[in-house]
Ligand binder design. Structure first.
Ligand code: SF4
Length: 397
């Protein structure tokens, strides 16, 4: 994809163009059958392989203990490998958040964030959830994994560090689902037993890498056993992507990264608004069939003096009433980054904005920043490897 009106920058290299070897992780059952056709495997052998890849999350062919040794050896001799993405570097925040660099299919690394106790209150991340109550000290009762869909990003949001990278390339379905698998393995998480939420809010715009993103969602739901009700995807407002998303039978909850209450302000902070304005985005979202108790989230990064004034709150209320679908607002005080020319509103200003929305009947929540000290917070993912005052744990040389 090439640049368009300054909004989408540089050329995107699809993951399929990057060297991948003969990796099995990331393939659906149908793709596994096709890839391994030279072995004439009966369907139950493919099911055993899928179980080993996505439920047991084994790292080597030898770990597929339901397969006879002879079969594992033949598949290995033919050059196949599991190819589960590996965490190569970990940064741990004082608040327990961890940011990982995960090896991609080439020399690039992918960024993923683990947030014990989630990134928010439970009602904001799971429409089917009850409150679990307070966590044990040093333990976690629920956690959220923030997943990347691209390396870098072409959507030039002015407040976001990732935007500084431009787009480097798309991730494959295996690289997207693999981030989740690597983090689940690190923390010994079992979907079904443990409460886990996924947010596709890391590096990149998922709807500009739609097919791999949706393929990864299908793997995560049907093979890894994570319910779609525990997943949220955030888009900057890519209208064709929202319309495709509306047609998907298996889809996460939807969040719109809005960040402004009118088009002129949004154009200054999100130039992509010149391509699809707020009304076009709202019209597209109306086509998404919402499930019982589901609400669309409007994410709103508060930028001091830019979009955080009382009139902006009032415009936002009008905009959401006009949209006329179940919605809520997540407020995020801007997470500072070097050389990004914005200021962070103080907690009182954030609370006043929230109060003004709530007084007018709009559900509004303030998301507490997670992992700011390790550049893991919203809009901070930029492959940052400098670690002062970070805690850095090297996983692999
Ligand atoms: S906020 Fe999201 S869509 Fe915008 S540049 Fe950053 S990663 Fe891309």
């Amino acid at each position: 994809m090439t640049s368009s009106g300054g909004e989408l920058r540089t050329t995107i290299l699809d993951a399929g163009e990057a060297p991948q070897g003969k990796r099995l992780f990331g393939l659906s059952n149908e793709q596994l059958t096709d890839t391994l056709r030279e072995f004439s495997l009966p369907p139950y052998r493919i099911r055993q392989l899928g179980d080993a890849l996505y439920r047991q999350r084994v790292r080597t062919l030898d770990g597929i203990t339901t397969w006879p040794r002879d079969l594992r050896e033949r598949v290995a001799r033919a050059g196949f490998q599991i190819g589960m993405p590996e965490i190569v570097q970990t940064f741990r925040s004082v608040d327990g958040t961890e940011r990982y660099l995960i090896a991609g299919d080439d020399a690039q690394t992918v960024e993923t964030v683990w947030m014990p106790e989630g990134d928010d209150s439970p009602q904001e991340t799971d429409f089917s959830a009850d409150d679990d109550g307070p966590a044990e000290p040093g333990a976690w009762s629920r956690a959220t994994i923030c997943v990347s869909s691209q390396i870098g990003c072409a959507v030039n949001c002015q407040f976001c560090l990732t935007a500084r990278l431009g787009i480097i390339r798309n991730l494959s379905a295996g690289e997207i689902a693999g981030q989740v698998a690597a983090v689940l393995n690190r923390h010994g998480v079992e979907p079904g037993r443990d409460r886990i939420n996924l947010v596709f809010m890391g590096m990149g715009e998922p709807f500009l890498n739609f097919d791999p993103f949706i393929a990864a969602v299908r793997l995560l739901v049907s093979e890894m056993g994570i319910p779609e009700s525990r997943m949220t995807v955030s888009t900057s407002g890519i209208v064709p992507g929202i319309l495709r998303f509306a047609q998907e039978p298996v889809r996460p909850r939807l969040a719109i990264s809005l960040n402004a209450s009118n088009n002129p302000v949004r154009e200054t902070v999100m130039p992509i608004t010149r391509k699809w304005d707020i009304d076009q985005i709202i019209d597209a979202v109306r086509k998404v069939p919402l499930r019982a108790r589901e609400r669309v989230t409007f994410e709103y990064v508060l930028l001091g003096g830019v979009n955080d004034q009382p009139q902006h709150a009032d415009q936002l209320v009008k905009l959401i009433r006009r949209a006329n679908f179940p919605a809520k607002v997540n407020l995020i005080a801007w997470n500072p980054g070097p050389d990004v020319p914005f200021t962070t509103p103080c907690p009182e200003e954030v609370a006043a904005f929230q109060q003004r929305l709530r007084e007018q009947g709009i559900p509004a929540f303030v998301r507490r920043p997670r992992g700011r000290d390790i550049y893991a917070a919203c809009g901070q993912l930029k492959k940052t490897v400098s670690s002062e005052p970070l805690v850095e744990i090297r996983e692999r040389a």
